[in-house]
Design a protein around this ligand. Structure first.
Ligand code: AMP
Length: 484
């Protein structure tokens, strides 16, 4: 069996893997660590959850240790990642491995969300490894507040996501400030043409390592698809969590607003639930993540912001409350469970309107799942048909006037529609939500479209978008050390 030592890692770094309880290298580690230690550029195709952070952090720290002059405290390793959470997580990995291997390196995460002064102080004190999101880094460069002229290693993590989020120009300007003589490592869940082209522009004679398109952990995951009316999904979710004694659960929705709504309603129903989305203040997001990792939150309702990169070691179940946009997003979401060989459960809710979309996901992900239904929650098709009627503008709450107008219209409507309305609202309290109101149902139907529209993406994107003004994106400039 291949072990970490045979990959060329020093005793100190092998010791770190033992302390981290890594039994053996994962595929991506076994194949990339020797190439990285040899000093060449490497492009690795590997999914979230396959151990790629350690695949670059271990050899990069070893090379840094071998090339460091005593007392040199300039930035020699720069890692760029697409989201703040991932930056914090990757910085924490660098720090942990360095500490375990007794390497005296300082790592700082450079992300949006806090006053820029803190960031100046952290950088001025001397830093060896920076893990940054592109928007913040480009801004610091423009202010000449960071010097990258001695960077020896550039790591681009989740390169496909970096490009998807529109960071290409920011990356170009950052890379232009780096020395030509450097090692560049690029990791990406997929290597589509645009990533390959980008890699070609920033790398030299790169060796490409491809690991199976679908991550190995997925095989160990019990994937289920359940047919249910859209208006009944939350109650079904609550029912399943209780009936099947699910452990920690991540529930994915299409919009930020749905995360807040569902979390609030689940809390009312007695669950320890919290929302996580890109519209929240950074401190709220960090706290929620910390509490979830500690186990003090049972159910996390999240947008796709949490679908990639962020490590939730204890997740028992992933729920696609709304289906993801693409098969790849499905794989990413499902990859939140069943990590590092542990088994997990992934449950997708579908109805008549989203059935076709799920079929496409299945085809491209190479799976075919039997449609299930849960007694008491069988799909009738009612709710989504109703949602097709006149709807409020997405993202806008109904005004009192709107509600009054609708109520009047209902009263004037033929008898069947009045009956239908009564049936719909009666569905709510049936199972286990004594406090659910007709309004609760109405909000539920309105906020969570099954497949996100480009508009939803726009809401999610300002995680760290460089093109936006601070006011538009809600940025406040920040520095956060990995010790936080
Ligand atoms: P990543 O893909 O870097 O997000 O890592 C996913 C999870 O796998 C993290 O919890 C890592 O700590 C864990 N991990 C990384 N390498 C190994 C390994 N060789 N054996 C077991 N777990 C690992």
């Amino acid at each position: 069996m291949i072990d970490f030592h045979s990959l060329g890692l020093s005793a100190a770094l092998v010791g770190a893997t033992t302390a981290l309880s890594y039994p053996a290298p994962t595929d991506i580690q076994a194949r990339t660590i020797p190439l990285i230690l040899a000093g060449g550029d490497v492009a690795g195709e590997s999914q979230t959850g396959t151990g790629k952070t350690a695949a670059f952090a271990l050899p990069v720290l070893q090379l840094l240790a071998a090339s460091t002059e005593p007392g040199d405290r300039r930035i020699r390793v720069l890692t760029i990642v697409p989201t703040r959470e991932l930056a914090i997580q990757v910085a924490a990995s660098f720090k942990k491995i360095a500490t375990l291997a007794k390497l005296p390196f300082k790592t700082v995460a450079i992300i949006g969300g806090e006053p820029i002064e803190d960031q100046f102080v952290a950088l001025a004190a001397g830093v060896d490894v920076v893990v940054a999101t592109p928007g913040r880094l480009a801004d610091l460069l423009a202010r000449q507040a960071i010097r990258l002229h001695v960077v020896k290693t550039l790591v681009l993590d989740e390169a496909d996501k970096l490009l998807d989020l529109g960071f290409q120009d920011a990356l170009g300007s950052i890379v232009a400030t780096l020395p030509m003589q450097r090692q560049t490592l690029l990791f990406s869940a997929t290597l589509p043409d645009k990533v390959v082209e980008f890699a070609a522009a920033v790398m030299t004679n790169a060796q490409t390592v491809r690991i199976d398109a679908v991550p190995t952990p997925v095989a160990a995951i019990d994937q289920r698809v359940i047919e249910v009316d859209a208006s009944n999904r939350r109650l079904l979710l609550q029912h399943l969590i209780r009936e099947e004694s699910w452990g920690q659960t991540v529930v994915f929705t299409a919009t930020q607003r749905a995360t807040e709504n569902i979390a609030a309603k689940m809390r009312i129903s007695g669950f320890v639930a919290a929302a996580l989305n890109g519209g929240q203040e950074q401190t709220v997001r960090s706290n929620t993540l910390k509490r979830f990792k500690r186990g003090s939150i049972d159910v996390l309702i999240a947008t796709d912001l949490a679908g990639r990169g962020i490590d939730f070691p204890a997740v028992d179940t992933v729920v696609n409350f709304d289906l993801p946009r693409s098969p790849l997003d499905y794989v990413h979401r499902v990859g939140r469970t069943g990590r590092a060989q542990a088994s997990g459960r992934a449950v997708s809710f579908i109805d008549q309107d989203s059935a076709h979309h799920f079929r496409i996901i299945e085809k491209q992900a190479g799976i075919r799942l039997t449609r299930q239904s849960v007694p008491g929650f069988e799909m009738t098709g009612e709710a989504r048909q109703k949602a097709k009627g006149p709807q409020p503008v997405k993202g806008k709450r109904k005004s009192k006037k709107d509600k009054l107008r609708e109520a009047k219209a209902r009263l004037q409507a033929p008898v069947e529609s009045v009956v239908e309305t009564v049936v719909e609202t009666a569905v709510e309290p049936r199972v286990d939500a004594p406090v659910a109101t007709p309004d609760d149902t109405a909000v539920e139907t309105r906020v969570d479209a099954p497949v996100a529209t480009p508009n939803d993406t726009a809401v999610e994107a300002p995680v760290d978008a460089p093109v936006e003004s601070p006011e538009a994106s809600g940025w406040v400039f920040s520095s956060r050390s990995s010790e936080e």
